[in-house]
Design a protein around this ligand. Structure first.
Ligand code: COA
Length: 171
């Protein structure tokens, strides 16, 4: 069975390759340091049945708290808020090369939405923000309802309402 868990020492970070050097390097060199220092948290998808040594990582995402100026939102959205608002940033999302196009990215995004709801229910936050690394990644996020921000077309936003609806739909 597959499970999303917090990145730990027993996960095989070295064996992970998503085809993007910066994303691989983040997982191998930065993710655990960032977690220790409270900068971000990284979660990995693993196969629980795989007990043969360091646990292979099928994919990962990282989350961190953020603050945004509301003038980057669509005007009808912005007018509901004060000038600066809290949110949660999906800092990274990646799937192992040989596992791509099998729905793992979707599973990770749903996992990130569930984590967002935990944060929302504890401390608030108007939604999930993401910096798409290119236009292909942008299209990927858009199919889940993320909308581009006015400030930068590669920066996208998924409001809490869309997250709650998506999770309710999954059941
Ligand atoms: C982008 C990424 C996370 C997607 O994960 P995945 O597990 O391969 O994607 P899924 O299987 O969940 O894809 C679901 C649907 O999204 C679409 N999709 C998949 N990859 C896509 C991509 N790279 N661009 C646009 N749409 C994509 C397809 O419609 C796909 O359905 P289909 O396979 O039935 O056609 C993964 O390909 C990856 O890690 N790429 C390298 C790193 C990266 O680009 N990360 C994004 C950081 S900003």
């Amino acid at each position: 069975m597959r499970k999303i868990e917090l990145l730990a020492q027993f996960h095989d970070r070295e064996g992970f390759d998503c085809g993007s050097d910066p994303l691989n390097a983040f997982l191998k060199q930065t993710a655990r340091q960032h977690a220790e220092r409270g900068i971000s948290r990284t979660f990995v998808l693993v196969d629980e049945d795989d007990t043969s040594g360091p646990k292979p990582i099928l994919g990962f995402f990282s989350l961190n708290l953020c603050q945004l100026k509301t003038d980057v939102l669509a005007p009808e959205e912005a007018k509901r808020f004060p000038r600066a608002v809290p949110g949660v940033r999906l800092g990274r999302l990646a799937v192992a090369k040989e596992r791509q196009r099998q729905g793992i990215g979707t599973t990770l995004l749903i996992g990130a939405m569930m984590k967002f709801m935990e944060i929302f229910n504890t401390a608030g936050g108007i939604g999930l923000f993401v910096d798409a690394k290119d236009h292909e990644a942008k299209r990927y996020y858009e199919q889940f309802g993320f909308v581009p921000l006015a400030s930068n077309e590669l920066e996208l936003f998924l409001p809490v309402k869309s997250i709650a609806e998506a999770l309710a739909h999954i059941g």
